[in-house]
Design a protein around this ligand. Structure first.
Ligand SMILES: [Zn+2]
Length: 336
């Protein structure tokens, strides 16, 4: 039965047949796929590097992994472009685009018996093509509760740009906090909207920005925080500092006034933009499908069985699986 060929292990590996382990380590799987650079999708990569034959990802994801200082030896690195199938021991693997952070891919595996097993990875809409009628679809349902929708998604770039411009006007500096990939997308959006203030970043954020600049994003003029230009910009109070949070304190810069911190999070579901205090702001900026988009994906995909990722989604995944069975009549389970 196809359902038994796709499962999620206790260690967070998504198995599309036992040969293909996605986003987590599984002993004995010769192919390890990394759908994107976020840490909950790079689980056990060093174990996979030791034991798997190939580490499969888009070329961009491989380059970003290197920028983030993960080690994949060239002999095991397999760059797989979207839409191109690779065959291994009777299974065919291909990647499809996913709108999440740059480089993200959905995974489609055709097993030896012809059944099709797919995984969406993290995604949002628009921009993520639906995998149609797989035997099993594994889905991320981060926002799998009915109320978790963001009706302002079409305007959120403009809302963010306005917030940054307002914050810059105080000349006390701006700190933007989000995860890797989202930060660099925001750099690009701000430049596209004419924001000219110097951008400053710590090393890994900077390294990811450099890679994305070589792939056409407007992230090439970011200053590394330890350089003289960066320190000068921060002293002047007219800059945007990008952080994943780990280096938050240093974003304050040498000046005495606190910068305005703008946190970008998908968990702000009440309103698109909120000021918690004079210097703590939140923008509801997400790279995940909301509830409605996730349900729409399943409805359009019409899988034989839906598996909702409970390793990353917990109780939300169990709830979403129940919603799918009830509303769409599609068999759905949460795993593990
Ligand atoms: Zn992610």
């Amino acid at each position: 039965m196809a359902g038994q060929r796709a499962r999620i292990t206790e260690r967070g590996a998504i198995l599309l047949t036992d040969l293909v382990s996605v986003d987590g380590f599984h002993p004995g799987s010769p192919l390890r796929v990394v759908t994107h650079i976020h840490s909950d999708h790079v689980l056990g990569l060093s174990d996979s590097v030791r034991t798997a034959h190939f580490i499969v990802a888009t070329e961009l994801t491989h380059e970003l992994l290197r920028a983030l200082e993960y080690r994949v030896p060239p002999s095991k690195r397999l760059d797989l472009p979207y839409g191109v199938a690779v065959e291994y021991d009777g299974v065919r693997v291909r990647l499809a685009e996913a709108n999440h952070v740059p480089g993200t891919a959905q995974v489609v595996v055709e097993a030896e018996d012809g059944s099709v097993l797919a995984y969406t990875s993290d995604f949002k809409q628009p921009g993520t093509p639906v995998i149609e009628e797989p035997d099993v679809l594994v889905i991320d349902a981060t926002y799998g509760f009915e109320g978790w929708v963001r009706p302002w998604q079409d305007q959120i770039d403009d809302i963010l740009v306005d917030a940054v411009l307002e914050a810059l006007a105080y000349e006390r500096g701006v700190v933007i906090e989000a995860y890797q990939g989202k930060l660099q997308k925001v750099m690009h959006v701000l430049r596209e909207h004419g924001v000219e203030a110097p951008f400053v970043a710590p090393r890994r954020v900077y390294q990811v920005a450099r890679v994305l600049a070589s792939h056409g994003m407007r992230t090439g003029d970011v200053l590394l925080e330890t350089t003289r230009e960066a320190l000068e910009a921060m002293r002047g109070g007219w800059y945007v500092y990008f952080t994943t949070g780990a280096t938050a304190r240093r974003g304050r810069g040498p000046q005495s006034r606190r910068p305005v911190r703008i946190q970008l999070t998908g968990w702000e579901l009440e309103e698109p933009f909120r000021k918690i205090s004079e210097t703590e702001w939140v923008v509801s900026y997400s790279d995940h499908a909301d509830f409605k988009q996730t349900l729409d994906y399943v409805e359009a995909s019409r899988p034989g069985l839906l598996v909702v990722d409970a390793y990353r989604g917990g109780n939300v995944a169990r709830h979403f699986a129940a919603v799918v069975s009830r509303r769409l009549g599609i068999p759905a389970v949460a795993m593990p």
